[in-house]
Design a binder for this molecule. Sequence first.
Ligand code: APQ
Length: 381
Amino acid sequence: MSDQAQKPFSFKLLKTDGAARRGEITTPHGVVRTPAFMPVGTQATVKAMYPQQVRDLGADVILGNTYHLMLRPTAERVAKLGGLHHFMNWPHAILTDSGGFQVMSLAQLRKMSEEGVSFRSHHDGSKHMMSPERSIEIQGLLGSDIQMQLDQCIALPAERSEIEEAMNLSLRWADRSRTQFEKMGGPGKGQALYGIVQGGDNPELRVESAQRLGEMPFEGYSVGGLAVGEPQEVMLRMLEVTTPVMPVHKPRYLMGVGTPEDILESVARGIDQFDCVMPTRAGRHGLAYTRFGKVNLKNARHAEDPRPLDEEADCPATRDYSRAYLHHLVRVNEGLAAMLLTWNNLAYYQFLMQGIRDAIEAGTFEDFRQKTKEDWARGDL
Ligand SMILES: CCCSCc1cc(N)cc2c(=O)[nH]c(N)nc12
């Protein structure tokens, strides 16, 4: 994408149904229909999928990951090769995380300071510093349409003092990230930088973080610090106190979430964007998501079941292969198992998102939510 001035990034709130929101995000690489599920393409690939397959399922945007790509092949090399969109042959929208979350979960010898996080690569032990400025520089080199501030996400449960300290550091890093983003001309390229709300499982700190961040000029806002092991009811409670004090006419992205039920319940609490490794990782481990719940194809009960996962589905992986065959592929650890089940799982997630968007437009989201949960509860007959 050339550096010449682009149409500004924008978000249109098209319809609401209760707290559920139907919107559209305009990026330099196309429109993102919200609520949106964003498949994770950590190392410049949505594992076991071709880019066109991911697109044909209805994905408008995928994720890339600053931490992984800065180490291999490096952001400078991706930039030299035309940027991430060209490098991975994905001409649609790309969102990148800032890398701090992965540094804390993957890197070795991490040292946190006001400046940033110094660490050694978990690949070769090489030394790196991830500062707010370096994270934004990397995301700019990748050509990311939607970038994240560098933040500090802490594991739960944690003491209030620890949560507050991480929240305040993230707010200072939000300001530095924004300064670097504007220095690199992000807004003029039609790119977006999202601030990330922290505050752990403390309602007061959640509200404070969201309010102080909302006073800063971001194109969108993420809810971070959740999906880190807390019970679902804690996550949902934090959304109930946080989204009402987030800017109404900016996108809201709940990071790292989630299962189909997490997504349905979070849309009902005002979230617009989701990402999760669940559908792709589960596909590589023999687990299929369907309209009627999960099917674990490692289970011997499928060994002679001639039925497909769902004969009414549009996706060939879901409709044209028997459970017995899928069970065989999983049991003998054939690569086709991961390909077919990842395809099925991403197809189901996009089917769910399309149903959510249609229901909000029709004003029937609450009925849709109840019916979908009843179908899941029916289980796989
Ligand atoms: C490619 C992965 C994207 S989401 C990763 C993620 C997941 C979860 N659960 C929380 C956070 C968070 O608080 N901050 C940041 N930057 N990222 C988070």
